[in-house]
Design a protein around this ligand. Structure first.
Ligand code: SAM
Length: 316
């Protein structure tokens, strides 16, 4: 369905948990409360997704926290995949433990993966993620490709002084494998992102790399601007919410793991589905419809915005 700005809302970012096995330095400071007991059940998720699909959602991305923290994730995937109108069902993960579940997730109906990896150096990766193992991510990528979960996109949030010296190493990954790498601008969500000095604008990365040639987007409303090195298999994408606002083509809404619709990442407004879930599917549909219609015109990152939730509690 269209929102009040005439944008066709087709894409749901569905957070299945706010728990995570990592504490990336820019994402969580560790003091956040996780709410396992408030997580939506498989049945709640199934009802909400069905309702959204009937309103025009055809793409779902599972996220978190870390979606792999849920032991019933395969069941959630299976339920969503049963909706014939879902054209794209993907997941964003940090890849820890992925190798053990990639096959079951593929069999349940998962189509693709985005994997967050902010450094290729084992010691640095462990420091940024506060304990993550890069070998686990690599094993997860290999297993995912082996069982048909591709194309894979690797996402790196570039933080000045943390990993901005690894940009060329990331680009090199696109040479021989069907892997796209995307550089994401740090957003003012969480403590590090509040300080402008930590952000690296996409234009700064592109300025010194004229060998990156702009290519057509794969999808009309994709958030990244894509580039390629001639002869390389994969793409290099730039997601620039800070320097290049793309709210006018935003086609997504978010659902937090505790049942709040969050129509815009850069606004604190939320609409609870908890009561509507108790009141039956008609009421649920009505509340969802209203929340989608009232999606704000644009994010507030360019104003003095402080997010009420860190990204792991929203669903990035
Ligand atoms: N655990 C999964 C993962 O690591 O991909 C999914 C959840 S994580 C919160 C989703 C994405 O949000 C990650 O790619 C992470 O790097 C990104 N993220 C978290 N905080 C951010 C911020 N302040 N600015 C930009 N991206 C952020």
């Amino acid at each position: 369905m269209k929102d009040c700005m005439g944008r066709e809302i087709e894409y749901l970012r569905l957070s299945v948990t706010d728990r995570c096995n990592l504490r990336c330095v820019y994402c969580r400071d560790g003091s956040e409360q996780c709410n396992k007991e408030k997580e939506l059940t498989v049945d709640d998720i199934d009802r909400i997704v069905k309702s959204m699909v009937s309103l025009g959602v055809n793409k779902v991305r599972l996220t978190g926290g870390e979606p792999l923290m849920r032991p019933d994730l395969e069941m959630i995937v299976k339920k969503i995949a049963q909706n014939d109108r879902i054209k794209d069902l993907c997941m964003t993960t940090n890849g820890q433990g992925l190798s053990y579940r990639a096959k079951a997730l593929k069999e349940a109906g998962l189509m693709r993966l985005n994997i967050s990896v902010d450094s290729l150096d084992p010691a640095r990766y462990s420091r940024i993620t506060r304990g993550g193992k890069i070998e686990e991510v690599i094993r997860g990528i290999d297993e995912a490709i082996a069982c048909g979960l591709y194309p894979i996109k690797l996402n790196a949030v570039i933080v000045r002084g943390e990993n901005d010296d690894e940009i060329d190493d990331f680009i090199a990954l696109t040479k021989d494998r069907p892997i796209d790498v995307r550089f994401i601008e740090l957003m003012p969500i969480g403590k590090l992102g509040q300080d402008k000095e930590n952000r690296v604008p996409s234009s700064e990365i592109l300025e010194s790399r004229s060998y990156l040639k702009r290519v057509m987007p794969r999808y009309p409303s994709q958030p990244s601007e894509d580039y390629k090195v001639e002869g390389y298999q994969g793409r290099v994408g730039f997601i620039s919410p800070m320097s290049h606002k793309f709210c006018n083509i935003c086609n997504r809404i978010r659902l937090t793991s505790d049942g709040q619709i969050k129509p815009c990442l850069g606004n604190n407004g939320e609409v609870s589905l908890k009561n509507a879930l108790l009141m039956g599917d008609e009421m649920l549909g009505a509340v969802i419809r209203k929340a989608i219609f009232n999606k704000p015109e644009g994010h507030n990152f360019d104003k003095k915005f402080t997010s009420d939730r860190v990204m792991s509690r929203i669903g990035g």
